[in-house]
Each structure stands twice: as structure tokens, then as C-alpha cells.
Design a protein around this ligand. Structure first.
Ligand code: FDA
Length: 395
């Protein structure tokens, strides 16, 4: 016997749970499926266990897509303020950490519990540990082959996310369904991801592992971010590097300003006046971690010298260079540690109002599986909420 639902949502992550709940609350009979044991696994991992669930400054300019206008409609119809109001309705306390990033005071579990409660209110049927073996369309209906029987629905929502963190259940299922039904998929790559470095530089820098400094990091296309940079035993990470990874192309250089708040000429002039016999190393150690200064001297083969010995040329080459350090990453750590997947279902083939395929009526794609990613800082969850909500209104 074929079981029938008004709506089937595949993927019980942020987008899938929210869409299923909203559709259920609008009176649809909804089935929510996931290959994992528990729903919302990425939510639980996010924001260091506190879920950076949105951002006060959400705007379309903070999202990347081959089709930059696509995200505007959904983001404007279900905004950060709507999700904040929902959090408040559930009595979940939150705080702004930095740059408008909102985190739960207690735990990301509260966001999952909110979504589960919303699903219960929408009488959503859930099936976890459920793999969909095949999807076919006959007439207006989709037929899903599941391990324990077939399902029929006229509305199929794909919310299976991207390829990041395969350990948390990520699969290319959504892209395969898109291709099966003739929707193009923009090539994918890891984004919001740490960089790896070529061996010689890594060997020199790896002793700095764990050290963080404020920085401005710029990509070759001129985009830059002012946030923390973290040295790791594999290369460079921290919010500044994760952000810029979405704008970096293989083989390109990054330009790093390691002292974005310092007037270096004024600093050196003052130090020279007050401590002319001070070593350059000791002077720079007033601005940057000493271990980093040691490495900087080794990287640039700077000899020991005092401030009064320093020529103008040396000042430019050895000191001012701290504000325009050019680094060529070897690559990134890839999907294993990436927070999101750039690329995905080509949004030019979807309605920006409903997320429905233009070519295949009844087939919808929401959340990270589509070619929209946001900056680090709550933007990606907001895209999940907004795209899910927009879709649910149309189901
Ligand atoms: P998501 O990936 O959340 O869900 C997809 C679901 O589909 C999963 O449950 C998966 O098991 C299921 N699935 C996959 N293939 C399937 C198949 N074949 N059959 C059935 N089910 C299948 N963003 C942010 O805004 N703030 C933050 O703090 C963080 N922090 C963060 C930390 C970490 C470690 C990661 C990896 C990511 C973040 N992100 C984030 C990004 C954010 O988690 C991400 O953008 C959203 O979870 C995307 O939501 P989706 O529902 O689209 O996909």
C-alpha cells in the first residue's frame, strides 16, 4: 500500500524542520524524513554548542550566490526579527556576542527543542534513520521508495543541506535529485573553512598554533574582513580566515594586516625617541605576541638590530610589511571542517518567492542545498529559516 502525505520534507536540519513545522501548522499533512538518528544535528554543534541562530544585521549583501538577487524575497518576508520573536515566544534567552551575532545563553538544544515543539504543533510525522532509495514523478505526484514501503505526495521539499561535515550526515542527495529532474547544480566547494599552508611556511608558523590576533584579511577581489585570525597546526583559521575563504580562489594570495589599529610610523617614531637602543624585536613585541615576532624575524631573515640602526628602507620592508603580509594558502581543510558548502542547486531555476522548481511543479529546494551561502555569524541559519518559511507558505 502507498501511504500518502500532502507534503514530504527530506532532511530534518534547520530548514527542513522549520518548513515541515510551518506547513503542518498551516494545515498540511507533513512527513519529515532524515537519514540520521536525531534531527538538527548541525544546530546542536553550532556556535560552540550555543547556536548562533541569526544576526541583527542580516541583509542580502551578506549572502553569496551566482544569482545575488535570489535571497532578497525570502529574507525580507521572514526576517531575523521574526525568528527573534519566535525565540522570545519560547522564552529562550539569548545575547549578542559580537558583530550582531545572536547566541543562546544556555544551549543549542533549546533551538532544536523549539523546532521539535513547532513540528508537534503542526502534527508532523517524523521518520529518522530513513534513506530514500528512489524518487519518481508520475503525473502530479512524487513516489518515494523507502525501506518500509512507498510514499506518495504532490509536494516534495528537498532540505538535505550541503556536503560540509559528512560526519554529521551530509550527502549529495539534494544535488542528485536536482540533476535527476533536470535542474543544474552550480559546482560546489567548501566555504567558511580554515586554510592549509604550503609545507615550508607551515613548518615555520606551526609553533604559533593556538595564537590569535586581530587582523584585516583581504582577498584578491578586494573583499576584506576585520576579525580574529588564528594560527593552527594546519595553517590559518579564526573568523577572519573563515570569512575570506568564501571569496578566495585556489592559487590566489591573501593580504593580511596584522596591526589594523596601529599607526606604525608614529609608534616607531615614539619608541625611537624614548628608547633608541631598544631592539626592534622588543619594540614589536609590544604590539604582537613575542612568539609571532620571533617567527616574523625568521620568515624575513631580519638580523638583530636596534631602533636607531633601522633605515627607512628596512622600516618599510620589515615593519610596515606587517600590515600587508601576502600569504598564498595551499588550499582549505575541505568539507571535513567547512561550516557551509558554496554552490548548489542553481537558483535561476527556482522561484525566489516559493523555492519551487520552475521546471518541475511541486518540487522545492530550501536551505543550504541551494546556491546561497551567508557570511559567518548567524546568516546561514537565517537563510534556512527564511527559505523554509517562504516555501511553507506555498505548500
Ligand atoms: P543541514 O545540513 O542542517 O540539514 C540537512 C539534513 O539533511 C541533515 O539532518 C542530514 O542528516 C539530512 N540528510 C542529508 N542527506 C540525506 C539523505 N540522503 N536522506 C535523508 N536525510 C538526509 N550557521 C549559522 O548561521 N550559525 C552558526 O553558529 C553555525 N555554526 C555551524 C557550525 C558547524 C560545525 C557547521 C558544520 C555549520 C554551522 N553553521 C552555522 C551552518 C549551518 O549549520 C547550516 O548552514 C545549516 O545547518 C543549513 O541548514 P539545512 O537545513 O539547509 O541543512
Amino acid at each position: 500500500m502507498v501511504e500518502q502525505f500532502d507534503v514530504v520534507v527530506i532532511g530534518a536540519g534547520a530548514a527542513g524542520m522549520f518548513c515541515a513545522a510551518q506547513a503542518g501548522r498551516l494545515g498540511r499533512r507533513v512527513l519529515l524524513l532524515d537519514n540520521g538518528k536525531k534531527p538538527g544535528r548541525k544546530i546542536l554543534m553550532s556556535g560552540g554548542g550555543r547556536c548562533n541562530f541569526t544576526n541583527l544585521y542580516v541583509e542580502p549583501a551578506a549572502f553569496l550566490s551566482q544569482n545575488p538577487h535570489f535571497c532578497k524575497s525570502a529574507l525580507s518576508r521572514y526576517t531575523q526579527w521574526d525568528f527573534i520573536a519566535l525565540m522570545q515566544q519560547y522564552g529562550i534567552a539569548w545575547h549578542e556576542k559580537t558583530l550582531g551575532q545572536l547566541f543562546c545563553d544556555d544551549s543549542a538544544q533549546q533551538v532544536v527543542d523549539l523546532l521539535l515543539k513547532e513540528c508537534r504543533l503542526g502534527q508532523v510525522t517524523q521518520r529518522m534513520r530513513c534513506e530514500v532509495a528512489a524518487v519518481a514523478k508520475r503525473g502530479d505526484d512524487f513516489f518515494l521508495t523507502l525501506p518500509d514501503g512507498d510514499i506518495k505526495t504532490s509536494r516534495l521539499v528537498i532540505a538535505t543541506g550541503g556536503l560540509s561535515m559528512p560526519g554529521l550526515g551530509a550527502t549529495p542527495f539534494g544535488y542528485k535529485i536536482a540533476q535527476q529532474f533536470g535542474l543544474p547544480v552550480i559546482p560546489t566547494r567548501a566555504a567558511l573553512v580554515p586554510f592549509t599552508l604550503h609545507k615550508p611556511l607551515l613548518e615555520q608558523l606551526s609553533v604559533l598554533s593556538g595564537i590569535g590576533v586581530p587582523a584585516v584579511v583581504a582577498a584578491e577581489n578586494g573583499v576584506s574582513f576585520r576579525e580574529h585570525l588564528l594560527f593552527t597546526h594546519r595553517g590559518l583559521s579564526g573568523p577572519a580566515m573563515l570569512q575570506i575563504s568564501s571569496f578566495w580562489q585556489s592559487g590566489e594570495h591573501l593580504t593580511v594586516n596584522l596591526l589594523p589599529d596601529t599607526d606604525l610610523s608614529a609608534f616607531l617614531a615614539l619608541e625611537l625617541r624614548e628608547h633608541p637602543n631598544q631592539s626592534l624585536k622588543n619594540a614589536l613585541a609590544k604590539l604582537l605576541p613575542r612568539r609571532f615576532v620571533e617567527i616574523w624575524f625568521a620568515l624575513l631573515a631580519i638580523p638583530e638590530c636596534t631602533l636607531k640602526q633601522l633605515t627607512h628602507r628596512q622600516q618599510a620592508d620589515w615593519v610596515m610589511a606587517l600590515q600587508r603580509w601576502r600569504v598564498q594558502p595551499n588550499g582549505t581543510e575541505g568539507y571535513r571542517t567547512a561550516e557551509v558548502t558554496q554552490g548548489g542547486v542553481d537558483t535561476r531555476h527556482l522561484s525566489s518567492k516559493t523555492m519551487e522548481s520552475r521546471r518541475v511543479p511541486g518540487l522545492y529546494f530550501i536551505g543550504e542545498v541551494v546556491d546561497v551561502i551567508g557570511w559567518l555569524g548567524g546568516y546561514n541559519f537565517q537563510w534556512a529559516w527564511s527559505s523554509a518559511w517562504a516555501c511553507a507558505q506555498a505548500l
